[in-house]
Design a binder for this molecule. Sequence first.
Ligand code: ATP
Length: 269
Amino acid sequence: MNDSSPTQDPEKETETETETETEIPQDHPRYQSLITRHRIEEGVDTGITSPQGLIAEGRGEAFDYLLGEKTTSSADDAARAAAALLLHAEHPVISVNGNVAALVPEAIVELAEVVEADIEVNLFNRTEKRMNAIADHLYDHGAQTVKGLKADDQIPGLDHERGTVDADGIGAADVVLVPLEDGDRAAALDAVGKREIVIDLNPLSRSALAATVPIIDNVIRAVPNITEHASALKQADNVALTTVINRFDADEVRERAEQEIRRGELRSS
Ligand code: ATP
């Protein structure tokens, strides 16, 4: 038996590296962070995530560390308001980029089913190859329809590549969930009257500031949490949903998150 065989074939080596998610022990003190890194790395390997996605992930991890890598009560309040907004919407759309596709493909499909939202791929660095790779990845995880490939509409105020959307997707949406959105695009969607739910670990990012509902949490925890709240609110009527939405105070949530980060009560592990 030649135990040096894994290093003889570079492709085989990559395959072995990307198959290790199940090998990360669940009781590892940094389990979630290791899984997250692994998924992003795998996303880059398979062409779903851009190399810049690695940098975005690193920036997010720093904030998550200071939040104790847990969903805070303010983030949970925001997730409930997000669920109400999605259920109340006429035409909700979930926008998916490379990091989101790599991190939470199944959770996105589940949320879309519960709140009856469209899923649309929307990329900062748009290439047809990556758009198709992400759409295929979402279909592999159970999506029925993935929008974003028609590219027949434009959000005003953005250059062509970054403003391109589907007319019957984000173009027609009244509420858009934009996890990990770039600040310019979040502001441009806001300017055309779309109500935005942003998931971003940085409460001071331009996207979090532009959001109707900012959820200051890791997308890995936030997306299933919105689904859980949506399932609980599914039978609520429009009056009850409107009450949840109107009671939500975005400034207060951003402020509470910032204070939690500044206090930085780190996990002991
Ligand atoms: P903005 O343009 O909105 O001011 P930015 O330029 O910092 O923000 P990017 O670098 O494009 O934005 O994206 C990184 C953002 O995504 C950071 O704010 C980071 O905190 C956040 N982020 C990265 N990974 C995650 C994650 N897994 N969950 C939630 N947020 C994340």
